[in-house]
Design a protein around this ligand. Structure first.
Ligand SMILES: NC(=O)c1ccc[n+]([C@@H]2O[C@H](COP(=O)([O-])OP(=O)(O)OC[C@H]3O[C@@H](n4cnc5c(N)ncnc54)[C@H](O)[C@@H]3O)[C@@H](O)[C@H]2O)c1
Length: 386
């Protein structure tokens, strides 16, 4: 039995709690921490948990009954809390974004190696059947060289979204929609296509004048083989039509799922009829990949518990989480300095540290007013890509 503590009991914590409860044969939630302990107490009541509640997570560090923790607190707390628990001998599953800087990521990874404790970063969308199938098709190399990837990380959030005390600030949220919303799609992109060599980006804040951070960004990524990707990160898109499209030499594939394979006439124009044989072959490979038994956070928690108990490989460990943060940091560097950014970002780069980021990023607006808690903290977590 793996004993779990939940740190931060706001909106996303229920996804973790429900995932652990679905795995009740192998784990038990034994403690919750929140700086507003009343929130943790109401979670205990809601889920009928037998768990202790504390206001300061540090009270749990020396609790030898705890084996692992889920960190569901705001971004600026992720690195210090994760490092404290790893050093105290607990496995850590930390919500996205992994941390507020690459330096913090490196310190988390170092602590995990030294303590030999697992570190996993939430990217629950990888654990969705259509996403796994898309990745499977890409891995079979059926579409040929990928020339272009289009990533539409389209979300919509009303003005009041950024009124919550920690949101909309560089210091506490760590960034805007590129970091906190598009992180999901940027993670999938880097998982499927690897890291680019160059990035050029622009950010703006079009509709949220209560936030320091961007609510819209557009980035162009260049890969070593000459391919390009474009990533749009947004919380101003009504309808939240999120998609990833890969245009290969022989076919295009995407989530939501669609396959098309055009063929050339003698003069280079497309034939009227597509390559139906190839389309069918790709469709078959897509369908062959089995439906996942556990999806989203439940899928990731299942992977985390199996890694702890059976030595299963973590799909998203610290190194994977860091890659996504490196890409996002490069987008911020490019947009704020107006330069083409080459990867990797080195340790002497001003954007490597949290302090360097804070000194170099533009405040679109100053945050005025902030509320402690919304009365309704239920949330949605994006597309299902069906
Ligand atoms: N994976 C996803 O799809 C997804 C969705 C939403 C949020 N998130 C991430 O989850 C994290 C939390 O977001 P949320 O929307 O649940 O925010 P929230 O504000 O609703 O919840 C955060 C909770 O952490 C508590 N907290 C703050 N500082 C703390 C500390 N030092 N120790 C213990 N508790 C502390 C707050 O009181 C609050 O109850 C963020 O990193 C966010 O980016 C992930």
């Amino acid at each position: 039995m793996t004993n779990i503590a939940i740190i931060g009991t706001g909106s996303i914590s229920t996804a973790h709690i429900e995932a652990y409860l679905a795995m009740h044969e192998t784990c038990k939630i034994v403690a919750l921490a929140d700086i507003y302990p009343k929130k943790a107490e109401s979670i205990v009541r809601k889920y009928n948990l037998e768990a202790r509640v504390v206001a300061n997570y540090q009270e749990l560090l020396n609790d030898s009954t705890i084996d692992a923790v889920s960190i569901c607190s705001p971004p600026y707390t992720h690195a210090p809390i994760a490092i404290d628990f790893i050093k105290a001998g607990k496995h850590v599953l930390v919500e996205k974004p992994m941390a507020s800087s690459l330096k913090e990521c490196d310190e988390m990874i170092k602590a995990s190696i030294e303590s030999q404790k697992l570190l996993s970063v939430v990217a629950q969308n990888r654990f969705l059947t259509p996403i796994m199938r898309l990745k499977h098709v890409l891995d079979q190399n059926l579409i040929g060289k990928v020339a272009h990837a289009q990533v539409d990380s389209f979300w919509w959030r009303g003005h009041s979204y950024y009124d919550l005390w920690w949101r909309g600030t560089w210091e506490k949220e760590g960034g805007g929609c590129t970091l906190n919303h598009a992180v999901h799609h940027i993670d999938m992109l880097q998982w499927m296509l690897g890291l680019p060599t160059d990035i050029f980006a622009a950010t703006t804040n079009a509709l949220h004048d209560n936030a320091e951070v961007e609510d819209l960004s557009v980035a162009v990524l260049r890969y070593g083989n000459g391919s390009l990707a474009q990533v749009t990160s947004s919380v101003v898109h009504h309808g939240e039509e999120q998609q990833l499209i890969f245009q290969g030499e022989k076919a295009r594939i995407s989530v939501p799922w669609k396959v098309a394979a055009q063929v050339s006439k003698e003069n280079g124009f497309p034939q009227e009829k597509n390559n139906v044989d190839l389309e069918n072959r790709i469709q078959k490979v897509f369908n062959q990949y089995p439906e996942l038994r556990f999806e989203g956070h439940t899928g990731q928690v299942n992977n985390f518990l199996k890694a702890i108990n059976d030595g299963e490989q973590l799909l998203i460990d610290g190194t994977e989480g860091r890659k996504t943060l490196e890409l996002i940091t490069a987008i911020y560097k490019s947009a704020n300095l107006g330069v083409n950014v080459k990867l990797p970002l080195l340790t002497d780069d001003p954007f490597y540290t949290r302090e360097g980021m804070l000194a170099n990023v533009k405040h679109f607006y100053e945050k005025q007013g902030s509320i402690e808690n919304f009365s309704d903290d239920t949330i949605t977590v994006g597309g299902n890509y069906e």
